[in-house]
Design a protein around this ligand. Sequence first.
Ligand code: PTJ
Length: 245
Amino acid sequence: MSFDIPKNHPRYSSLVAREKIMQGVLDGITHMTGLVAQGRGEAFDYLLGEKSHDFSLEACKVAATLLLTASHPVISINGNTSVLVTDEIVSLSKTHNIPVEINLFHDAFDRRDKIAQIYETYGITVLAKRPDAKINKLTSDRAKVDSKGIYIADVVLVALEDGDRTEILVDSGKKVIAIDLNPLSRTPQMSTVPIIDNVQRALPLIEKYMTELSGCTEDAYKEFVSPFSKEQILQRAEAAIRQGS
Ligand code: PTJ
């Protein structure tokens, strides 16, 4: 951290998050536009009362079920998530043996190397350090994937995206879990399971539900997934933001 944030500051955790993103930019891990993304996220989080609502808890439970029952789940990481939720990604990946794959909008080999290093210090093998496959029809750098990861994945967990690839991943038959504070963003709108929440709160919730639900029967899993309505989740989140909470 570039300066000491007093622990009793009323906005302590928000200021720490902001510092992490800023340091990430200085370290060449986070892209400059990651600062903009952080600001947008903060604004939506304010309006949500900086808490996880029931529409997030329900979606996190369904996400946990999808990850538990997937054949090839992958956690997609970028510059922002790698500095904001490093510990949470490491924990989810290690506890539930889910591969981690780098996917960048602003691609550069040195960013891929720096991001990979973060996870490798925890003993995690990072996919797509050098992507060797492409997602068809996607024109941005997000098309670059790992043939052993997102390319063959059936469930992909994404967070803080700019919205150009979720639709194509879903069209190609994959289930996409999207964590985004903005219910109007294309990523949650196009996803299979939109989690409208801060990634810092959502990832621990997903892991908690995965631990609670692991070993459940297929029927029990269906109980959570069958009544799930993406449209309702998005509507409830938008209503909470418009009403203020
Ligand atoms: O590292 P790269 O090159 O892949 O770039 C990553 C960023 C985030 C810069 C890139 O994907 C981007 O520009 O994203 P956007 O278009 O700014 O979208 C980010 C979305 O994430 C917005 O809808 C924000 O509201 C949302 N968001 C920001 N912070 C959080 C968040 N959602 C959940 N938790 C947050 N902490």
